[in-house]
Write a protein that binds this ligand. Structure first.
Ligand code: SAH
Ligand code: SF4
Length: 384
């Protein structure tokens, strides 16, 4: 199969029960699979290059391998991605892919082009167990962890869709790349699926493959304190923390995980996050909810909470979704909040809302099937 037609290209899907998908295996696992076939380790190296550098999905086209070896690979293995159920493009250029997984579940991946970069927002779970009250994903009942193949497969689907493998029309010179950054900010809590996220990110970072530097990868957590240190030590990716409140009372209410890991514990874990210094700050995400967390007092409390932590704050205008209870703070309130932080020398940009016309903005992701099923059942949450 030729790989040059980005739009028409339909790569194998990860639903071939008889054959094992090679995507998602670590280098060592791939070498072990080749050893089982009686092949030398350098064969695994060649395959790795075809799979992750070239984006090739057809063994027959892997011309540096012998014909016989290619045939044996084809009998036993696939190089598959999650199947694209729907690809949407927003009026602002944001793209969203709805992906079908082999068990019938679905996840979404979002690509956000900007002038100086292209960011892929990757999901780590189907749904999320954490039920933050402002988040659409948290209302989804079906939840499971994504496998390493399903996580790294999202990056490969984006490269397929954007046509940016070497040899594709759009090409993939390092400078001309479209997917330059990865944010684990899609569906799910990445630190509740740490092992699989870590395996996928190690593949994404591999310089002989997808080659996305750890400096260009950001993992966002709602504050799973016990996993934070390990994440910094083992993966050394940038950290973003969904803070969203400045008192335990409010955070307990809008983010139930706070009852388990309250603000003090969370901020201590941030202070101890490996590799944090002034040149590499922790991003604190703060969704602006009218009348809930957006007062001047909140802004001042936030400054006190962040004392001693190399931090920047991302103010996120609340994105509504069908049945959502909250309202976004007024523009003037958001500006005042940002100005108070800036006056204390905390960088506090307001995150531009992207892709909201296709429900691709922060907190709007939810599987289409779930959305249809539950749209009439969304519950309104009242403050106790
Ligand atoms: N579970 C992780 C990763 C998801 S990141 C986490 O919570 O950090 C998605 C970001 O969008 C988080 O900061 C999340 O709190 C925020 N978010 C969720 N719902 C939102 C909404 N409706 N509007 C704006 N931001 C939202
Ligand atoms: Fe889960 Fe993050 Fe949404 Fe909370 S904000 S429900 S942790 S995806």
């Amino acid at each position: 199969m030729s790989r040059s037609h980005a739009q028409a290209f339909a790569p194998p899907q990860d639903s071939d029960a008889a054959r094992r998908n090679l995507v998602g295996l670590s280098r060592a696992e791939l070498a072990a699979a080749m050893a089982e076939l009686g092949e030398k380790p350098f064969r695994a190296k060649q395959l790795w290059h075809w799979i992750y550098h070239r984006g090739e999905t057809d063994f027959a086209a892997m011309t540096t391998l012998s014909k016989d070896f290619r045939a044996r690979l084809g009998e036993r293995f696939t190089v598959a991605r999650p199947a694209v159920a729907e690809a949407q493009v927003s009026r602002d250029g944001t793209r969203k892919w709805l992906l079908n997984l082999p068990d019938g579940q679905q996840v979404e991946t979002v690509y956000i082009p900007e002038e100086d970069r292209g960011t892929l927002c990757v999901s780590s779970q189907v749904g999320c167990t954490l039920t933050c009250k402002f988040c659409h994903t948290g209302t989804q009942r079906l939840v499971r962890n994504l496998s390493p193949a399903e996580i790294v497969g999202q990056i490969m689907v984006a490269r397929d869709g954007l046509g940016e493998w070497p040899g594709d029309d759009a090409g993939a010179s390092a400078e001309g790349r479209q997917v330059t950054n990865i944010v684990l900010m899609g569906m799910g809590e990445p630190l509740y699926n740490y092992e699989n996220v870590a395996a996928a990110m190690k593949i994404a970072m591999d310089p002989e493959g997808l080659s996305i530097s750890k400096r260009k990868i950001t993992l966002s957590t709602s504050g799973v304190v016990p996993e934070m240190e390990r994440c910094g030590r083992e993966l050394d990716v940038n950290l973003a923390v969904s803070l969203h409140a400045t008192t335990d009372e409010t955070r307990d209410w809008i983010m139930p995980i706070n009852k388990k890991y309250p603000l003090r514990m969370l901020l201590d874990a941030c202070r101890n996050y490996p590799g944090t210094h002034n040149a590499r700050r922790i991003t604190f995400e703060y969704v602006m909810l009218k009348g809930v967390n957006d007062s001047e007092e909140d802004a001042r409390r936030l400054i006190r909470l962040l004392k001693g932590i190399p931090a920047k704050v991302n103010l996120i205008p609340f994105n509504p979704w069908p049945g959502s209870f909250f309202e976004c703070s007024d523009a003037a309130t958001i500006k005042r909040f940002a100005d108070i932080l800036s006056a204390a020398h905390i960088s506090a940009p307001v995150r531009a809302t992207r892709g909201d016309d296709i429900l691709a903005a922060c907190g709007q992701l939810k599987s289409e099937s779930e959305r249809r099923k539950k749209s009439e059942r969304e519950t309104v949450v009242a403050r106790p």
